[in-house]
Design a protein around this ligand. Structure first.
Ligand SMILES: Nc1ncnc2c1ncn2[C@@H]1O[C@H](COP(=O)(O)OP(=O)(O)OP(=O)(O)O)[C@@H](O)[C@H]1O
Ligand SMILES: [Mg+2]
Length: 197
């Protein structure tokens, strides 16, 4: 399968899950995330809202809110095309729909948090492999936004969130793909090379 076929296949697979399977997977995802010391020790954490059949993040978002973490959501950068910016997210956040129909905090009146100061970024993905390579929706948004993390200096830990069924045999790693620290699924936490760094 090429990348386009693989995306179509995986998006169909996850959409086929029923409500009970989704709810159970969301609880197991939280359990997997809690296995990570990075999840426990990080204070500034970027999350994402579930879209397109992605694994439900609402259970772990509520858990993080209860623990008093400072949360952020990605928004399409208003000026830098193809980039994301991270805005604070809490119960008072005013939400708007972006051009993909995805809810994001309203940019107006907010100060974005530079990605290098976020301790942990939980990111969606369409497929992953055993080495932590990630296939996203194909826009390159996370790759562009996190390209800085190849250089020395502050960098966020990156944890992909997905259903275990999104795991596939080796994915082609492109030069611009940013390797993940770990991937949390309903089956547990997959740790990669960058995990211990
Ligand atoms: N750092 C970068 N600078 C410029 N273009 C980039 C960069 N990273 C990715 N791109 C472009 O984005 C396009 C899509 O990349 P890719 O197929 O890896 O997306 P993806 O990882 O599936 O998407 P996303 O990160 O939005 O979930 C590529 O064709 C590539 O040219
Ligand atoms: Mg990519």
């Amino acid at each position: 399968m090429n990348k386009t076929e693989l995306r179509r296949h995986m998006r169909r697979q996850r959409r086929a899950l029923n409500r009970r399977q989704r709810e159970q997977a969301a609880r197991h995802l939280l359990r997997a995330l809690r296995q990570s010391a990075h999840f426990q020790h990080s204070r500034h954490i970027a999350v994402y809202l579930t879209n397109d059949g992605e694994i439900d993040t609402s259970v772990f978002i509520r858990d993080l809110q209860r623990r008093g973490k400072t949360l952020y959501l990605p928004v399409l950068h208003p000026l830098r095309k193809g980039h994301l910016s991270f805005l604070p997210f809490n119960r008072q956040s005013r939400m708007v729909k972006n051009r993909f129909g995805i809810s994001e905090p309203d940019f107006a009146g907010h100060r974005a948090m530079p990605a290098r100061f976020i301790h942990l970024i939980c990111m969606p993905l369409v497929a992953f492999d055993k080495d932590g390579n990630r296939l996203g929706m194909g826009g390159g948004f996370y790759d562009r936004t996190l390209a800085f993390s190849r250089q020395p200096g502050n960098k966020p830990r990156l944890i992909g969130c997905a259903y275990e069924l999104q795991k596939t045999a080796a994915l082609p790693a492109e030069d611009w793909d940013i390797p993940l620290t770990a991937i949390a699924t309903d089956a547990g936490l997959h740790r990669f090379q960058a995990y211990a760094e």
